[in-house]
Design a protein around this ligand. Structure first.
Ligand SMILES: [Zn+2]
Length: 202
């Protein structure tokens, strides 16, 4: 990411970020970026070509449903983002929705609008884009590695567990609205996600 343009604070501006009136708006995805990333196999963060490993920067709840709203990045770029991105590293910060450009839509799918406190880097060799209400989502493949971060450093097991438990009622309410099969599937997927959580505190 060293070649990326910098914002006025000297921070590298990720490739996907929209530039509005000459300034990067980190909350907004640039026009056509999702399609370009998928079609050309480009890193979401630096815009370089991806190899066979794809790293998704996701919230802990995405470990359960295995869906990302953003395309993958290089592993190194994803680790940098988990360590340096102000939104990902400072859980007390809430998403700033005020003064978003008028044409900004929500990401595809149902977004859980809370800062999860824990960031997960999901490294896989495969993924599949699919159409969802409002745009494109990404089904992430079997993980070859998962890295959990909180406040820019490796997350403890307790932090990961707390972050998953706090989000589960939202997913449960959605599943219950869909019926008993959805609830059973959610429970299975939650067990699979729990198996990925680091065993001990670093
Ligand atoms: Zn990259």
């Amino acid at each position: 990411m060293a070649h990326l343009p910098r914002d006025k604070h000297g921070r590298p501006v990720p490739w996907f970020v929209a530039w509005i009136d000459g300034q990067p708006d980190f909350r907004v995805i640039g026009p056509g970026k999702i399609a370009d990333a998928v079609r050309c196999g480009l890193c979401w963060l630096c815009g370089g070509t991806l190899g066979s490993w794809k790293a998704f920067v996701i919230g802990p709840m995405c470990a359960i449903n295995r869906v990302s709203a953003e395309p993958p990045s290089h592993r190194d770029c994803a680790v940098y983002a988990a360590q340096a991105c102000p939104f990902l590293t400072t859980p007390a910060m809430t998403r700033r929705d005020r003064h978003l450009p008028a044409e900004t839509g929500d990401p595809a799918g149902t977004m859980i609008r809370r800062n999860p406190g824990v960031t997960l880097i999901w490294i896989t060799r495969s993924y599949k884009p699919f159409r969802a209400q409002g745009g494109i989502l990404f089904q992430v493949g079997q993980p070859v590695e998962t890295l959990w971060y909180a406040e820019g450093r490796p997350a403890t097991r307790a932090e990961v567990l707390a972050s998953i438990e706090s989000g589960l009622p939202i997913l449960h309410a959605q599943a219950e609205a869909e019926g008993p099969d959805a609830v059973r599937e959610l429970e299975q997927m939650t067990d699979q996600a729990r198996a990925l959580i680091p065993a001990g505190s670093p």
